[in-house]
Design a protein around this ligand. Sequence first.
Ligand code: FUC
Length: 808
Amino acid sequence: MVCFHRIFRLLVCCLAIVVAEAYGSLAGAEASPLTVWYCQPAQEWVEALPIGNGRLGGMVFGGVGEEHVQLNDDTLWASGGKSRVNPEGLKALPEIRRLLFAGKNDEADKLIFDAMNGIPANIKSYETLGDLLLTFSDGEKAADYRRELDLDTGIVTVSYRIGGATFTREFFSSAVDQVLVVRLTCDKPGRVSLVAALDRPQNFTTEIVVPDTLTMHGKLNGDPVMKYQAQLNVVPKGGVLSAKGDRLVVDKADAATIYLACATTYRHKEPAATCERQIQAAVAKGFGAIRRDHLADYQELFRRVKLDLGAGPNDDLPTDERLAAVAKGADDPGLAVLYFQFGRYLLMSSSRPGCLPANLQGLWNYHIKAPWNSDYHTNINLQMNYWPAEVCNLAECHLPLIDLMDSLVPSGSKTAEELYGARGWVMHHKTDVWGYTVVSYSIWPMGAAWLCQHPYEHYLFSGDKEFLAERAYPLMKGGARFLLDFMVEAPEGTAVAGRLVTAPSYSPENQFRTTASGQRFSYTYAATMDIELIHDLFTNCIEAIDILAADMPDRKFDGEFRAELVGALKRLPPLQISKRTGALQEWIEDYDEPQPRNRHISHAFGLYPGRMITLRGAPELAQAIRTSLTLRGDSCPYDEQADPIYNHCGWSKAWKALAWSRLEDGDHAYRLFKSLLALGTHPNLFNSGPFQVDGNFGATAAIAEMLVQSHADEIALLPALPSVWSNGKVQGLRGRGGLEVDVTWKNGRGTEAVLRVSGDRLVKLRPPKGQQVAEVCGDGRTVASQANSDGTVTFEVNQGNRYEITLK
Ligand code: FUC
């Protein structure tokens, strides 16, 4: 049968093109809507614009007389030396458990603190590389100033006019050529004059090596081994290049290109030689070719996803003014699009294959000792960094995280054995690039279990069985193996006697009060999040085993391990719903909560990012977690007494927005997103408090989750569409099972969707609330589909095909 809807749409589309040609396009022809821009230079670091190629980053301030680019290299981590397990830990473990089960929490807490902390008990900081400083002789006064980051090109541009001359600077970090590039031009000849210098807060030496080459090198803070080297070359067009002290001077050139390279001993035996090689190659290749290759590489990733939420009254305002308007209550759909694409930009810029994963600040950090060391926190923050990776079509940017996990397995296995007498691998709530897996102040041996969700998700989205067999499953199996050994049977007298439980157990960064003493405690047994994490990992492992077994000649694979997992799953305690409040309990016992508005929502793991609590699969639990989220509220105090700047916790709002999206309450999810924009966003769109990139990534994932979901064995279209986004279109989001999804909606109702599929399979599609699927077309023909009683339709799709779905 021919698809009539499709023909009708084609006609409408042709008509629209004719009308647009006649009257001119409605979209402004000048600035790309995907531009973050300002009318003034940055005064503060959180106003500067980030660039990055996954490892080499910069923050561009854009001053007229003084340009400042703060620099980062992803490997600039001071090493803490080899970390060790506390030798007292394993001996103390049985006693700690006995005390916890007996409700003697104060004694347990003390023993945990004395016996379990790793040596050293903390890690060292990720450090700034320093600063590139350019001084211009034309003074500060300029007209028509503009500073922008075009997300469609990954290029920051600063432009201004002095007298009759227009000056333009371009900045980008090339993933192809591994150099950071600055291009300085003027539309009048001989007007580019500057002095270039490198600087650092401490531990550095700068020198001119040959007349066009400036280097900076040194060691890291208190570090015996790590050395870094940066090299800067200036290539002027016309004019004169000279050296003065440790600075390069360009006089009266028509244009100049600056190349900056950096290498450290983390990856390179001879960092200086690496820099020299990279710079020589860049100079030989030339600016035009480097820029062209950067664009090709960058746009191949960036342009995979398009989002349009319709026009708004503030579309033509600079970004800081748009943010200020949102803070006063305005809705700005275009700013939401910008924020979403900025999140994708940040991931592409801080996490490319072969680089280290995005840390707490992504790649960008101006400190020697950063807030929380700009490290990897694995009790929410690192995972959140990667929530947009798959759904927002940047799957390769996920790989650095999986590489980091591989690198943690040797030390994580040692820690498992020495601290818990367990097989498999474990890590706690912090790590660095040096394999830190021991306890750092809180015993939370669930870091590996949570991280193990990531390689499995990478498989689920792609369907790449080789990746599943060779990379994902071994990591997951090791994580599960640890938990099987770590869990113990809850003794008589406890709330869940006879069940398998974690002990000690901790619900990240929250505390409870037991009725017995009224004192606050952190440690217990079987915190809800542990049960959810274990359920997730074990279920994923069982699924993975079955998938891999299906391809074996005898259909057998890891059968004994599978049986162990199935047995343990049956013995996990059920999640508990409070008889007092109807909320999902955060702990196994219905403890009193001294911080009812705590920013963490660890027990919501099962809802997002987990799959244990789905709206239709587990309605009672879904209702209970809805109650928990309601009680928790939408603000997220870090600490009631702390400086309010710490209290915006963007990551917490982003997580809550994701949870409400999974509960299909788009307006509530949007409220949280808006509050994150209004209260938790710096002028440069970085997530605020002390900058943490997790909030950016979490909110990016939340926007995707409002539009398309695929966690409950179905593709749900517009499951949590906020009412303010009544018209829009998204293209290129990914769904689990090798799908790419486009959806268009008008007046709050879906009109059509497109699926591109990379494998033969059955698709179960859930239309937006109150709507139905009118027709599914593949190759211009109607595809037979079956309507299910739960409102979904099921149809078969074939590899490489495109399916058009009409909604009614
Ligand atoms: C966790 C959070 C804090 C902060 C830190 C980096 O400890 O509880 O709010 O985000 O990570």
